[in-house]
Design a protein around this ligand. Structure first.
Ligand code: ADP
Ligand code: MG
Length: 479
């Protein structure tokens, strides 16, 4: 029996003892890696699945494994990311265990753009805010400061209406609340394609209530929520002091809750701190699981930047990413904002991002009190190159050559142009004499420097590429 077959036998024994949604969530893409000296090593796709299986199912797994192979005495778990890769042959596809049920494929993803409240896209009475497919649980980067909210969302998506009901997620702006909330919707639809998900901001809910009162359509309004299986409501702090909306929400909440429907709420503060909210609501919000999102630590911020670069399809110097992660410490949204600006700059000016250019962007966007990790001479709020050496460094970086080559004797075009441009910039921007510049370039004659400068001026009249390069370099210099 292959390891994989052994694992299939174990799973078949486990399956009747575990709720289907949980079974699918936690055992999808797992496998047996080895059985050695009484130890069964189970491969799991994520660290989260590993801790979940260890904490909750270890005993069950061991018992089932013993039934299949009596030599097994303990179980260990190993995280293997490739088990989640599309089309891999090692992991057990959990759906294959359900084939004889002849029912829907649990992994089938419905087109979310068609998801509306009230079954059927033709239901015009119902206006629902759409869920963004971009927000998933797997592209939410998990670190020590957001592990718990993420885990709670994962649990909810595996078993909506279960123990984490309602789930209340709070944290300051830009830390990923909306991302997680919508990801829960996406994930539930993946696991249970027939469920009706409703996502709405509290602000929108208030508008709808006001609208319904004005048009005397209150009973129609109530109907909107009748057949919702999972209700996702964003930014409930907005209900503060909006009494009739609170009352309406209270009824909706109770009805759904009593029907064992999943409710997930987000807010910028803990339930107890929601001033202007009815006590009854506050206590309902705290009935299930309350969890806080915090600003991710440096490593997680770096991982988020790396992940976003992947999503944007850009490659960036790791040092530059570290620099951003160090300096932007307000929120993930701001982190993303800076990264987007850096990418836009790269595309607009067709140049690579450097610490210097990024420092300039952070300063311009005012995203850091004080820029750390980079020695900046500020003049009028800008970073300015102050010496011939600075300029040579920037030009060399820009053209991908070394300063030694610029100063050296090589007459190859690839170094000639950077050399001439450096001389031109030193002359024009620092005002050094031709003699002094010549000395800085390995003791060259001042006429050589003069010639380089006038040649550059000539070329700038016709060579648009050179103009663009020069502008980009000047920006690097803080000009
Ligand atoms: P909030 O609703 O808390 O104000 P959002 O959910 O709108 O914040 O998040 C702001 C941005 O940051 C979104 O683009 C979101 O995808 C991103 N983001 C936040 N946290 C993470 C994370 N841990 N991993 C990946 N992206 C994140
Ligand atoms: Mg939000």
């Amino acid at each position: 029996m292959s390891q994989k077959d052994l694992w299939v036998s174990v799973l078949k024994r486990l399956q009747p003892t575990i709720k289907k949604a949980n079974f699918i969530t936690w055992f999808q893409n797992t496998t047996a890696l080895s059985v050695e000296t009484g130890v069964l090593t189970v491969g799991v796709p994520t660290a989260f699945a590993k801790s979940w299986l260890m904490d909750r199912y270890n005993l069950k797994i061991l018992q089932a494994a013993k039934e299949v192979d009596s030599s097994i005495e303990s179980v260990e778990y190993e995280v293997l990311g490739k088990l989640n890769e599309e089309g891999n042959t090692f992991a057990v596809n959990i759906n294959s265990l359900f084939v004889d049920e002849g029912v829907k494929n649990v992994r089938k993803v419905r087109n979310l753009n068609e998801v509306r409240v009230g079954k059927g896209p033709g239901n015009k009475r119902v206006v629902s805010q759409m869920i963004n497919r971009r927000y998933t649980l797997s592209n939410f980067v998990v670190g020590s400061d957001n592990r718990l909210p993420h885990a709670a969302c994962q649990a909810v998506a595996g078993m909506p209406g279960g123990i984490y009901n309602p789930l209340y997620i709070y944290g300051t702006v830009g830390l990923g609340k909306t991302h997680l909330l919508q990801a829960v919707g996406n994930e539930i639809l993946k696991n249970f394609p027939d469920q009706v998900i409703k996502y709405i901001t509290a602000e929108r809910f208030v508008t709808e209530v006001v609208d319904a009162i004005g048009k005397r359509h209150m009973s129609q309004f109530k109907d909107r929520y009748r057949n919702v299986d999972c209700f996702l409501i964003d930014d409930v702090q907005f209900f503060a002091r909006k009494d009739s909306s609170q009352q309406e929400f209270f009824h909706t909440f109770n009805e759904l809750y009593d029907g064992n429907k999943q409710i997930v709420l987000t807010s910028d503060r803990a339930p107890s701190e929601l001033d202007g909210l009815d006590e009854r609501l506050k206590s309902r919000f705290s009935m299930g699981m309350v969890t806080e999102l915090l600003l991710p630590d440096f490593e997680t911020r770096l991982a988020i930047l790396q992940q976003k670069c992947g999503e944007y399809g850009v490659i960036m110097d790791p040092e530059v990413l570290c620099f951003i992660a160090t300096n932007v410490q307000t929120s993930v949204r701001e982190l993303e904002g800076v990264l987007k600006q850096v990418v836009a700059d790269m595309q607009l000016f067709e140049r690579v991002a450097t610490i210097r250019s990024v420092a300039d962007i952070i300063r311009r966007m005012n995203k850091a009190q004080k820029i750390i990790g980079y020695d900046i001479e500020a003049r009028g709020g800008k970073i300015v190159a102050r010496s011939a050496a600075d300029i040579m460094n920037i030009v060399a970086d820009y053209y991908g050559v070394t300063v030694d080559q610029i100063v050296g004797k090589d007459r190859h075009r690839g170094v000639m142009v950077p050399r001439q441009i450096s001389m031109y910039l030193i002359k024009n921007e620092l005002g050094d004499s031709y003699e002094k510049i010549g000395m800085g370039f390995g003791g060259r004659n001042h006429t050589t420097v003069m010639h380089a400068c006038s040649k550059t001026v000539d070329m700038l009249k016709t060579d648009l590429r050179l103009v663009r390069d020069l502008n980009a370099i000047k920006r690097e210099m803080g000009l």
